[in-house]
Design a protein. Sequence first.
Length: 350
Amino acid sequence: MPKTYGFGVIGAGMIGNFHAEAIKQLPNAKLVAVCDDVTGAADLFAKKHGCAAVTDLNGLLSRSDVDVVTVATPSGTHADLAIAAARHGKHAIVEKPLDITLAKIDAAIEAHAKSGTSLGGIFNGRFLPTARLLKKAVADGRFGRMTFGMAYGPWWRDQRYYDQGGWRGTWKLDGGGAYMNQGIHTVDLLQWLMGPVRCVKASTTMIAHQRIEVEDTGAAVIEFASGAIGTMACTTSMWPGHFRIVEVSGTDGTVAMADQNFFFWQFRAEKPDDQQIREKYLQFPAVSIGAANPSAGMTAEGHRENFASFLKAVDEKRTPEIDGTEARKAVQTILAIYESARTGKTVTLG
Ligand SMILES: NC(=O)c1ccc[n+]([C@@H]2O[C@H](COP(=O)([O-])OP(=O)(O)OC[C@H]3O[C@@H](n4cnc5c(N)ncnc54)[C@H](O)[C@@H]3O)[C@@H](O)[C@H]2O)c1
């Protein structure tokens, strides 16, 4: 009989609701409780999703029917909550970014290693069928010599978005702007596909908003460890916002994704499946997911796939596909982008 995992959600805000929907869709998961430090928010969430509400973290982490917590709070609080979960022997699945400094991320990785619990990150883009096909094409060497990769997140957020919540657009809790909050999905996909980033040279600025500390517009030139070159450009300043584009190229092929679809899939050595892939996926998506506001076009499917993969790894007593070390990579790249933008220098990743 497969185990059913009891889940606690920490953070009853916008994305916490998608966590609840995803948990409810999984056959081996049960939503047990929510914890939010705002009483009204926890109560409302509990009523909507049919679970218990608590405002005290220990109240959630002490429950014997909670095996896994998902962390859906402001970004700069993530590692501390993941560490608290580890100390109570609970697995933790943590929203992107895993946290906003490498020191805090490393502390969370260490805490889970010490307690023998699993730590997982959230990058739903990696679970898209198209992203899986593209990753396999890379692994099969179909691109020949990898030459160029592009991550482009041409998004828009209006001023109201930054004015809600208090934490948005702050260095302390958001940890950055168009890269650390919105563009991180695109940055993660590109580094997952192209391989490790060696160094970055970047410019960032804040042009289209008020009362925020962080960038809303940025462009970076990337050198990958493989020798390939690329760009990572992310904004929240391009009204009305459109598709996230990830493009991977080499001497023998080029593939370009727009959100969950492809708009180019071509290899020098054509295979029988290529035409079927083009027929199924070659079209611009009808809705640009997240481009104009955080929940536009979003469903719980991405989180469901991410959580299902995590639980499978826990069942099989192996490292989750997106563990702490994997989730750390995009944050490391983004912190290097920030350092380069601040200093005007090329920054090599350690
Ligand atoms: N995966 C995605 O596609 C995606 C999309 C949007 C947001 N996010 C991430 O999710 C996180 C939350 O974003 P959001 O838009 O849902 O924010 P939000 O402001 O809507 O919700 C955050 C909630 O956390 C609660 N909270 C704050 N500190 C807490 C604490 N210490 N303990 C318990 N509750 C606490 C707040 O009261 C609020 O209800 C961010 O890290 C963001 O980057 C991910």
